[in-house]
Design a protein around this ligand. Structure first.
Ligand code: DC
Length: 220
């Protein structure tokens, strides 16, 4: 059976990870959280005290780093940063390095290599538009900022403020940065299926997506 490339994009806190993980598990595909790569570069930049606008230094740092991403672990140069990258400080650092075209080019190259054989569900902001414009299925998940703040605040993997108003403000700032940057801003690809998940249980979203996947596989 053909092994698909499935791209899932959307703003922060929309539940891309939960949906992507569930779809990958059902299909026996690899799940890749591309945002973790930007977070890893942001984390290393802070460790080394590199300014987040130092594009040349940061793209050198991205080139020279080994980034490992599995279902349970994110590591850079062998250091486990799975939890360390889920903080408000790294939210900001990742958004800053994600604005830099030369850093993006390096990470996009790595993301494309992971998808060479198909059988992958990759989530991010530019997966359907830039990384895999040829993806078999492109999804763009959306939800109201209030709902996304609620989901983020109850996400135990993410440390930081739990006051909803604070989480919502931080989300809006990041959305603004991700969707207005010059390099690969967040938007839904013309051929993406847009799903508004506000008020929809995750299991229903997964079921909708699985129905689309089955249709695709049956058409082969
Ligand atoms: O999905 P996330 O919140 O972990 O992503 C971290 C940051 O990286 C966020 O500011 C968006 C950015 N990002 C990106 O620009 N492109 C991607 N494919 C994935 C994430």
């Amino acid at each position: 059976m053909r092994k698909l490339i499935i791209a899932i994009d959307g703003p922060s806190g929309v539940g891309k990870g939960t949906v992507a993980r569930a779809i990958a598990a059902e299909l026996g595909y690899r799940h890749v959280d591309s945002g973790a790569m930007y977070r890893a570069v942001g984390w290393k930049a802070l460790q080394l005290g590199v300014g987040l606008d130092q594009e040349d230094t940061l793209s050198g740092l991205a080139t020279d780093s080994t980034i490992e991403i599995s279902a349970t672990l994110v590591a850079i140069d062998g250091t486990d940063i799975t939890r360390a990258i889920r903080t408000p400080e790294i939210d900001k650092a990742a958004a800053a390095v994600a604005r830099l075209p030369n850093v993006r080019a390096i990470l996009v190259g790595r993301q494309r290599r992971l998808g060479l054989d198909g059988g992958i569900v990759m989530e991010g902001r530019d997966i359907g538009t830039v990384v895999f414009p040829q993806a078999d299925l492109k999804l763009y998940l959306d939800a109201s900022v209030e709902e996304r703040a609620r989901r983020r605040a109850s996400d135990s993997a993410h440390s930081g403020p739990v006051a909803l108003a604070e989480v919502a403000t931080a989300l809006k700032e990041r959305d603004q940065s991700d969707s207005t940057r010059a390099a690969s801003p967040l938007y839904a690809a013309a051929d993406a299926v847009v799903i508004d998940t506000t008020g929809t249980p995750v299991a229903d979203v997964v079921a909708q997506v699985m129905a689309m996947v089955r249709k695709l596989l049956m058409a082969d």
